[in-house]
Design a protein around this ligand. Structure first.
Ligand code: FAD
Length: 483
């Protein structure tokens, strides 16, 4: 197989998938104005792999000589994690914006299951074969792979019982071809991806009644019976000058309905396995949190750059209190950077023999980045000042009847009014627009809600070493039992 091109990716989406948006059934997502900008972003990523200048960073070679996307190479040593970081940074540099659900961030969830082949073998050895096959297949075919975890909850008493066998996604029946699944998931990018790893949602996976719900599988996004019901685009119909990010980088979320979708046996990764459901919930972001936090680092850079350019225009950087605020932003950014750098330096061998970022540093880095983002965005807002919210739009400022006034009141020092307003529009899309608000909510939830992120940090920290320090310092007796 060969690396896909952007054009091949666009064509591959015209597969009869059933997509709905703004009260309309979409004929071909690649041509639709709501989807086109983000599909163009992913197409650009595919094309990057074919460019000489990016070959080293964006591609890797399998032992048999097949070229694959760098992000899809299983990490076996620390250098592989560094190469993933370089890949993500290079892609974001080229795009000039931040996108999350573009494949590299979700692939790691399959690697987490790859690590559990021993457990899968205990249920049925074909499941271990299937995960190996899919990890290899996605790389060789260069597929756009995403992740479906979260079921819409609604009435929680109806999740696993009642009409239709419960609202939580489950296996409605099985036959010689595969399993037939019914239910729904929320999923960013599903409508323009090739396939998803569908798996159990956050729940208390201990109840035996949940057997039919404990399934994990790869689903083709054009499968018959699968319905993509999408939220409206936040960029469609907006002017790119006023909304430079919304119009390019809005990643569309889907309510994905499985109306009795047949999943062939070769795509089933586990079935009727509460233990596998527990395992995947506990390890889901073992690798993918790294790619996620790399995006949060880039968002921090955009905050600093936006604040800095704004205060430099007006000479405010001469004021020590303003420098102090910029230093707070810098400390935030470097805190994220430190977690990521240390997660690679202190990387750990996974149970399946892969190299995983240091789990404690990675999960605490994700919490650090996410929990401080709102305060840092607010600080940036403060440094940009009120013009962020009250500046007239690009069309108005270009109107010859008002242009002289704009030049008079918006030019400052070496900054022409055109550049000043451009920077303000960028700041608005980073901090204040519908897209900006959506992005903050996405970041808060898309890799699981805060309580689950804290649990991941708790579970990956070495509790025994701190117990032991206090046992020793407080001279406790050996009889003390752990909680
Ligand atoms: C923009 C966006 C994009 C998303 N993209 C994806 C995607 O691509 N794939 C995907 O699978 N999912 C996706 N999600 C869904 C996301 O993973 C969920 O929103 C998240 O896991 C929370 O689940 P929920 O919305 O069902 O909230 P609920 O489970 O109803 O929880 C709501 C709140 O209740 C509290 N709460 C609930 N249970 C507990 C508990 N046990 N302990 C403590 N507090 C609790 C918490 O405050 C929690 O935040 C996306 C969400 C958003 C907003």
């Amino acid at each position: 197989m060969t690396l896909m091109t952007g054009q091949e990716y666009r064509q591959s989406l015209n597969d009869g998938r059933e997509v709905y948006i703004d009260g309309e059934k979409v004929r071909n997502v690649a041509d639709h104005p709501a989807f086109k900008p983000i599909i163009d972003v992913k197409a650009r990523m595919y094309d990057m792999s074919h460019e000489e200048r990016y070959a080293d960073v964006c591609t890797a070679t399998l032992p048999d000589g097949d070229a694959i996307c760098r992000a899809y190479q299983l990490p076996k040593k620390k250098e592989d994690l560094t190469a993933i970081r370089r890949y993500v940074e290079t892609v974001l540099d080229d795009l000039g914006g931040v996108v999350y659900r573009v494949g590299d961030e979700t692939i790691g969830e399959m690697w987490s299951l790859y690590d559990a082949q021993d457990k899968l073998n205990e249920i049925d050895p074909t499941y271990a074969d299937n995960i190996r096959h899919h990890v290899d297949r996605v790389a060789r075919r260069d597929l756009f792979h995403v992740s479906a975890n979260t079921d819409p909850k609604g009435d929680r008493s109806k999740l696993i019982e009642g009409k239709d066998g419960g609202t939580l996604l489950h296996v409605a029946s099985e036959n010689d071809k595969g399993i037939v699944v019914r239910g729904a998931k929320f999923e960013t990018a599903a409508a323009y991806a090739h396939q998803a790893f569908v798996k159990p949602t956050i729940s208390n996976w201990t109840n035996e009644k949940m057997d039919p719900f404990a399934c994990g599988f790869i689903c083709d996004m054009g499968s018959p019976g699968l319905k993509h019901i999408c939220r409206s685009s936040l960029g469609k119909g907006r002017d790119p000058e006023n909304y430079p990010m919304s119009t390019q980088f809005d990643e569309l979320d889907t309510l994905l309905v499985f109306d009795d979708v047949l999943i062939p046996w070769e795509n089933v990764l586990f079935h009727r396995s509460i233990e596998s459901a527990q395992y995947i919930r506990n390890t889901l972001h073992r690798y993918s949190a790294f790619n996620y936090v790399l995006r949060l680092l880039r968002r921090a850079d955009l905050l600093i750059g936006t604040a800095l350019l704004n205060v430099e225009q007006t000479g405010l950087t001469k004021i020590p209190a303003v420098k102090e605020k910029l230093a707070q932003l810098i400390s935030y950014r470097e805190g994220i950077n430190a977690h990521l750098t240390a997660a690679v330096a202190e990387a750990e061998k996974s149970p399946g023999g892969l190299m995983m970022p240091n789990q404690s540093l990675l999960y605490t880095g994700r919490i650090y980045a996410l929990s401080n983002f709102p305060a840092m965005a607010h600080l940036t807002r403060e440094l940009v000042g009120g013009q962020l919210a009250i500046s007239p739009d690009a069309e108005t400022v270009a109107d010859p009847k008002v242009k002289d006034y704009i030049d008079k009141y918006y030019s400052v020092g070496g900054w022409r009014s055109e550049d000043r307003t451009k920077l303000l529009y960028f700041a608005r899309d980073l901090l204040n627009s519908s897209y900006a608000g959506h992005k903050i909510t996405f970041e808060l939830f898309a890799q699981s809600p805060p309580f689950a992120q804290y649990l991941a940090a708790y579970n990956s920290f070495d509790l025994e070493q701190v117990r032991e320090k206090v046992r020793k310092a407080a001279k406790l007796t050996q009889e003390v039992v752990n909680g």
